[in-house]
Design a protein around this ligand. Structure first.
Ligand SMILES: Nc1ncnc2c1ncn2[C@@H]1O[C@H](COP(=O)(O)OP(=O)(O)OP(=O)(O)O)[C@@H](O)[C@H]1O
Ligand SMILES: [Mg+2]
Length: 458
């Protein structure tokens, strides 16, 4: 039970986008206590839970967030009109994504209430899928006013396995207000009850962080009066008629705007060119920009230029792009772990290519495979958003993913004692080995690494 409250608190804090220290400042609960609660080491008093809930904007002081927290559920927020709403708070303001929102709206207009609008939102780790889904759901809430459900399917959560269909259905039915005694024990019964519940409501269902299509399929509605937003780090094979939107990195202007919004009024920053350099070094990836902005806020004694220089001159930017429990390398690490050994090998070897992008036949030569074999491996990497399809037969890495691939070792070549951690922090562990320990960083020379990797078994 302690762990549930801790996970819930961490989840909600990250959704709101505040650090433990910022939450401490807002709530009056010490950062140490917050950290202990999140790690399951401390069971908070009711008043502490209430203070944290209010600081996270989950409830006003009259509401009762504690019992829900105790059950490990996401606290329900009843709106003034009595809507059952479980949407966590997204970023205060969403930057960009207007084109994607328009395409979803147009698809909804086309469906004209004849079929459920089911949208898949995919993209690389930290690209802003959850932020976009929550923002879009929020903008549609008045049209689906009976209920707005949100469920994290934990498809790519460090240190835990994806929810099973049964776990997911039980949580959704509990959110719909069904008591444990009303929920059938068999999966088919649960699934039927969930569909009939959705059929009776105009509701939004956000299924965040899906592992694969099989996890999502049994949770989908059978009727038209529901808007479903599914996010995943990989392309999902989708039911016919479903629209899929892949999110890309922000434009330079949007990335700069997001940096300033995240820093907020806490620090005045005039150096436009330096901020532009920072967001470029972040590959315009929202998660990286968010972390960079938080680091700048936390170090008032550094100039923005000094932070930019740290990022620029670091032998591994990913080491700098970490704050509290949020790390770009950990996010990448969970997706990486989903790959099979042959794809791991291709991922590392392809990162050695000196060009911005490469052709399929170059990739085949680099990984010593036939064009067909290389094509299958490249497609797998593209499906997991660990590689970008530049054009028909041309591919390229996102800057930070290339850096991740170049600075990490394949599991069989890990130094003794450095394994894939339970919390998925493979990237950090190895990155630290590579960048921190001289013995390992010298092994980074392209030819040496290339030779090593080329002899790994597929
Ligand atoms: N368009 C945006 N405008 C403002 N902030 C954003 C935007 N996109 C993402 N963010 C912020 O960037 C961070 C990462 O975004 P988010 O968690 O939505 O990424 P994600 O793609 O869902 O990541 P994951 O693959 O780990 O699930 C969050 O703090 C989020 O609030
Ligand atoms: Mg997400």
């Amino acid at each position: 039970m302690k762990g549930n409250i801790g996970r819930l608190l961490r989840h909600q804090r990250l959704q709101v986008g505040v650090t433990q220290e910022e939450l401490a400042a807002r709530s009056g609960v010490s950062a140490r206590t917050i950290s202990r609660i999140e790690n399951g080491l401390h069971r908070p008093r009711p008043t502490t839970v209430r203070e944290l809930s209010i600081a996270l904007g989950l409830a006003d002081s009259a509401a009762e967030p504690l019992p829900a927290a105790m059950r490990g559920a996401i606290p329900e927020q009843r709106t003034a009109t009595g809507t059952r709403s479980f949407l966590p708070r997204g970023p205060g303001r969403l930057v960009g994504r207007g084109r994607e929102a328009t395409s979803l709206r147009l698809a909804m207009a086309d469906a004209a209430g004849h079929e459920a609008s089911i949208f898949l939102i995919d993209g690389m780790p930290g690209i802003g899928k959850t932020a976009f889904a929550l923002h879009f759901a929020d903008s549609m809430a008045s049209r689906f006013s009976d209920a707005q459900y949100y469920l994290d399917l934990h498809g790519f959560t460090p240190g835990r396995s994806p929810l099973t269909t049964q776990e997911a259905l039980e949580r959704l039915l509990a959110m719909a207000g069904l008591h444990e005694s009303q929920i059938p024990t068999a999966l088919e019964g649960q699934s039927a009850l969930w569909r009939s519940t959705l059929a009776a409501q105009r509701s939004i269902l956000v299924l965040d962080n899906a592992a694969d299509a099989d996890q999502v399929q049994p949770l989908l509605p059978g009727t038209a009066n529901c808007l479903v937003l599914v996010t995943s780090r990989r392309y999902l094979s989708i039911p016919s008629g479903t629209l899929s939107v892949s999110l890309g990195t922000l434009s330079l202007d949007q990335a700069v705007e997001m940096f300033h919004l995240t820093v907020g009024p806490q620090r005045e920053i005039d150096e436009h060119d330096t901020v532009a350099e920072i967001v470029e070094l972040c590959g315009r990836l929202p998660l990286a920009i968010w972390i960079a902005a938080i680091r700048v806020v936390r170090r008032p004694s550094w100039t923005v230029g000094q932070f930019a220089a740290r990022l620029r001159d670091s032998p591994c930017r990913l080491v700098e792009l970490a704050v509290d429990n949020q790390e770009v390398s950990t996010a990448f690490g969970v997706s990486y772990q989903r790959l099979k050994p042959a794809a791991h090998r291709a991922f590392h070897l392809l990162a050695l290519h000196p060009g911005e992008s490469f052709e399929l036949d170059e990739a085949a030569a680099l990984i010593d495979a036939t064009p067909d074999e290389a094509y299958q491996l490249l497609e797998t990497l593209v499906d997991h958003h660990l590689l970008l399809q530049h054009s028909f037969t041309r591919y390229r890495f996102h800057d930070l993913l290339r850096e991740y691939a170049a600075h990490t070792l394949m599991p069989p070549t890990l130094p003794p004692g450095a394994g894939i951690d339970q919390d998925g922090s493979l990237g950090r562990t190895i990155c630290e080995c590579r960048c921190g320990a001289p013995g390992w960083s010298t092994a980074l020379g392209a030819s040496a690494t290339g030779t090593d990797l080329a002899h790994q078994p597929a």
